[in-house]
Design a protein around this ligand. Structure first.
Ligand SMILES: Cc1cc2nc3c(=O)[nH]c(=O)nc-3n(C[C@H](O)[C@H](O)[C@H](O)COP(=O)(O)OP(=O)(O)OC[C@H]3O[C@@H](n4cnc5c(N)ncnc54)[C@H](O)[C@@H]3O)c2cc1C
Length: 376
């Protein structure tokens, strides 16, 4: 009998898994999304390192319209006064088939939705009740529809509702006391940056990342600012703390800004039900300081897909152990970056810059710090 799979949530993780199933197996599956449509919000960029591009290529990403993506050749690190500290060559991780890529999130979602939109995606679906029935999982939705499936995949983001139905132990995401502010820039305005690269500016309690999104020279700006409380009505004042450190940034922050609070998952916990799995942010929510959230969503979908396809024994345990190992590597590096990017003391900034200049030239260090994540 063909296995039947319900994927809850149609973000990057859920859609990647759906594509893998559709293109490489004959399982029956359905994506259940609580919203009434896919979020194709324009103002949001994504960086994808080679580990995720390799997987996306299996489902045809290498055929995407090249004008809609960009391959930055490196990362330039600056202090907040726009003075260059050092640079990282990103091409060292690239091959002809898989290159470090930046793009709009909407471009990625458009690509992922194409093959599953009409037949395999149902909107306005939120789980109301779950129960075990004849060795399967019976799911009832808010709108009184239901489904009887062999496997449930929770891909519903960091505040996973699926987890709250299946897990007794709570693992509530925690506010990192930091806020992300985003904007798309049409030009680099007053900034002295190389538009072919990712620019990372580190200031007091804040850092800014700017990168090209496509061949139209649009740039994604994201600024992470440490602050104890999130008040969406107070974003301009929050941003003023950054602009006060360099008035040339004023123009870059002009106009409409999008913002949201940063959350992380305190513990990485397994699923307690052999028929229920978590992928993407529902498995673990990372800080954005290694730009691996989407990449890990794609990786987790791929790992799980392979285990299901091969019909391995003890899938639950194998999946959790593998994912845990990988998530710990990424989490440690994201946390170190978060710590190092935001020093408020000038002495600490000088020491950090010295070590960065030293370490970035060491092939063995870069190989272990980034290569471990990017080359998979
Ligand atoms: C500031 C910032 C910058 C980032 N930059 C990068 C970057 O450069 N590179 C990178 O790799 N990652 C980045 N990320 C992280 C990345 O965006 C996320 O990790 C990734 O999108 C997670 O994908 P997901 O599919 O697991 O979850 P989500 O994208 O959250 O998708 C979950 C889906 O489930 C749906 N859903 C929720 N609840 C239910 C329910 N009860 N029933 C049904 N459906 C439900 C939601 O509507 C949504 O469609 C960044 C994150 C932040 C905050």
């Amino acid at each position: 009998m063909k296995k039947k799979i319900a994927i809850i949530g149609s973000g990057i993780a859920g859609l990647t898994l759906a594509n893998l199933i559709k293109k490489n197996s004959d399982y029956e599956f359905m994506l259940y999304e609580k919203e009434e449509s896919l979020s194709l919000d324009e103002g949001f960029g994504i960086q994808l390192s080679t580990n995720s591009i390799k997987i996306l290529n299996i489902i045809g990403f290498n055929k995407i319209d090249k004008s809609k993506i960009f391959h930055p050749i490196g990362v330039d690190f600056y202090n907040i006064q726009n003075k260059k500290i050092c640079e990282l060559d990103l091409t060292q991780f690239n091959t002809e088939e898989k290159k470090y890529t930046t793009l709009k999130r909407s471009t990625l979602i458009e690509f992922l939705k194409d093959d599953v939109y009409t037949q395999h995606l149902r909107f306005g679906k939120k789980i109301k009740e779950v129960s075990e029935l004849k060795g399967k999982v019976f799911i009832k939705f808010d709108d009184n529809t239901n489904d009887l499936v062999d496997l449930v995949i929770g891909a519903d983001g960091i505040f996973s509702n699926t987890r709250s139905f299946f897990e007794k132990k709570k693992n509530e995401p925690k506010f990192k006391k930091a806020i992300a502010v985003r904007k798309i820039l049409k030009t680099k305005s007053e900034l002295k940056i190389d538009e072919q690269k990712i620019s990372l500016m580190m200031g007091k309690n804040c850092h800014i990342v700017i990168y090209p999104l496509n061949q139209n020279k649009e740039l994604n700006l994201v600024c992470i600012i440490r602050d104890k409380k999130y008040n969406p009505d107070n974003i301009k004042q929050l941003v003023n703390k950054v602009v006060a450190q360099n008035s040339d940034l004023d123009k870059a922050f002009e106009g409409d800004l999008k913002s949201w609070p940063l959350y992380f998952t305190p513990q990485i916990l397994p699923s307690t039900n052999s028929k229920v799995f978590y992928i993407g942010d529902a498995f673990n929510g990372f800080l954005p300081t290694l730009a691996q959230g989407a990449g890990q969503s794609i990786e987790s979908a791929y790992e799980l897909f392979n285990l299901i396809k091969e019909d391995k024994k003890d899938i639950q345990n194998v999946y959790y152990q593998e994912r845990l190992k990988r998530a710990k590597i990424v989490r440690r590096r994201s946390n170190i970056n978060f710590f190092a990017f935001h020093f408020s003391s000038t002495i600490m900034q000088v020491i950090r810059n010295f070590f960065m200049k030293f370490l970035i030239k060491r092939k063995s260090f870069i190989g272990s710090y980034l290569g471990t994540v990017y080359k998979r």
